[in-house]
Design a protein around this ligand. Structure first.
Ligand SMILES: *Cc1c(COP(=O)(O)O)cnc(C)c1O
Length: 463
């Protein structure tokens, strides 16, 4: 996405540097409902509240930085997805976006299924009581121990990612006297990211078995021939942060094409297709994500149409949103520590976290927005870069945004839409203590993942 630079900055010099920003918002106190979770609001005193609780109270009780997860928002998104897809489809929450035992219980209560991609995620899911048959196990290099465990507990499906894995899972299942339900993950030659998709040779990646050249057809041949496997369908996941449904359309068409080829060759109609996740969310006001019901309708229509054309019964569809459920449900609460104005450039605002709690900006050049949340302000906007406290110049949380120019050390600022791939990718860089996840609902706040302590760090360091 390219954006034009703001013509003239307030407070700063006439020429603003190149950057990913548009004009400053007309009202810095406004909270765009697109990027904030549902119960976030500003009260009469100008302080921001979530679930009815002032953020300053949360900071006092739980410290900063902290991830504040709006439980009612999370549950509402689960329900919206489940409702949009209805009883004839399955919604799998992608656990890698953010997983904890509380979250697993919410998913279970809201009727969702769960994707895991490691033994650790599987442990978390089972420990919190997710029924094994509602779990799908993913990954391009599952260990034999992980496969054994998944087959033993009876996960609903293992998504096979390679020829070796087809043989490996079949072998394990046979040895354990089981028949494992599996899907084959194919790469359909489509890669979608944000507002574009590329329908060329995107087989050049580590995941999946290529449709092109007949590899996927060969994988189906092998899976159907193995006693330990019950092949239930084909899986495709084309990217992340996708807004354009065209990529899904191409993917669905190609997956249905494979189903038709399988029927022609083997006389078997595979009953399921999984179209993956990757549905985009609003990180800034410039992003316009689709609603779950629009996505469900678009995908349903494509699959129905393609199946009719191929003379196939419509398979059961599953989708795997991760970010689209948990991303918008949380924000990161930081305290401002130091402020460094650079005349004619921008103002660096340092917070008490950084790349250890949000690596996405450094890793993917992700864009975020930010707001002053401990109070309202009528001061002029200033162009800021929100940075962390780590020993790295690339330790940036929000590359370009506007905050009120009366910002001061001790103010609380919050970065919205940090529910996905922030806590789950958090690190201990500089021996940082990973922040807690505080769940807020109906005036109640509770820690669901506690803050790390220095004792936690030393416990792993066995000398
Ligand atoms: C990561 C992943 C998802 C979830 O992606 P989001 O962008 O969080 O929706 C779904 N399915 C598979 C196979 C994935 O690897």
């Amino acid at each position: 996405m390219s954006r034009s630079a703001h013509p003239a900055g307030p407070r700063h010099a006439d020429v603003l540097p190149e950057g990913h920003y548009t004009a400053p918002p007309t009202d810095l106190n406004a909270l765009d409902a697109k990027v904030w979770s549902r119960t976030v609001a500003r009260n009469a005193d100008g302080a921001v509240t979530v679930g009815g609780i002032e953020v300053a109270r949360l900071a006092e009780e739980f410290g900063t930085p902290a991830y504040i997860l709006d439980e009612s928002d999370f549950r509402a998104r689960c329900r919206a997805w489940a409702h949009a897809f209805g009883p004839d489809a399955d919604v799998f929450y992608a656990g890698k976006a953010f997983l904890s035992r509380a979250v697993v219980r919410w998913l279970k209560e809201e009727g969702l299924n769960l994707d895991v991609c490691s033994g650790g995620e599987l442990t978390c899911a089972l420990d919190a009581g997710m029924p094994a048959e509602r779990i799908a196990f993913h990954g391009n290099n599952k260990t034999v121990a992980e496969i054994e465990r998944a087959v033993t507990v009876g996960v609903g499906r293992i998504v096979l990612d390679s020829f070796q894995e087809i043989a490996r899972v079949a072998h394990v299942a046979q040895r354990l006297g089981k028949r494992q339900r599996v899907q084959i993950r194919v790469t359909v030659g489509v890669e979608a990211h944000t507002h574009e998709f590329i329908a060329t040779a995107h087989e050049d990646q580590k995941f999946g078995i290529a449709l092109a050249g007949g590899e996927a057809a060969e994988a189906v041949r092998r899976a159907l021939a193995l006693d330990g496997l019950e092949l239930i369908g084909i899986h495709s996941h084309i990217g992340s942060q996708i807004f354009d449904m065209a990529g899904f359309e191409v993917s669905a068409r190609r997956v249905v094409g494979l189903l038709a080829a399988v029927r022609d060759e083997h006389g078997v109609e595979l009953p399921e297709i999984d179209l993956g996740g990757g549905l985009g969310i609003a990180y800034t006001s410039d992003d316009d994500p689709r609603e779950p019901h629009e996505i469900a309708k678009a995908l349903g229509d494509i699959v129905t149409r393609e199946c009719e054309a191929a003379g196939l019964a419509t398979p059961r569809i599953s989708v795997e949103p991760g970010r689209a459920i948990v991303g918008p449900s949380a924000f990161t609460l930081y305290e401002v520590g130091t402020i460094k104005p650079l005349e004619g450039l921008r103002t660096y605002v340092s917070v008490d976290g950084g790349m250890s709690d949000n690596i996405r900006t450094a890793l993917y050049d992700a864009e975020y927005s930010v707001a002053l949340v401990s109070r309202a302000s009528d001061a002029e906007p200033m162009l800021v870069r929100v940075v962390g406290k780590h020993c790295e110049s690339g330790d940036i949380v929000v590359r370009d945004a506007f905050l009120p120019s009366d910002l001061a050390p001790g103010d609380l600022i919050a970065v919205p839409a940090t529910g996905a791939y922030c806590r789950s990718m958090a690190s201990n860089y500089n021996h940082a203590l990973r922040p807690p996840v505080v769940a807020v609902r109906d005036g109640q706040a509770r820690v669901i993942v506690r803050r790390e302590t220095e004792e936690d760090l030393l416990r792993l360091d066995v000398g």
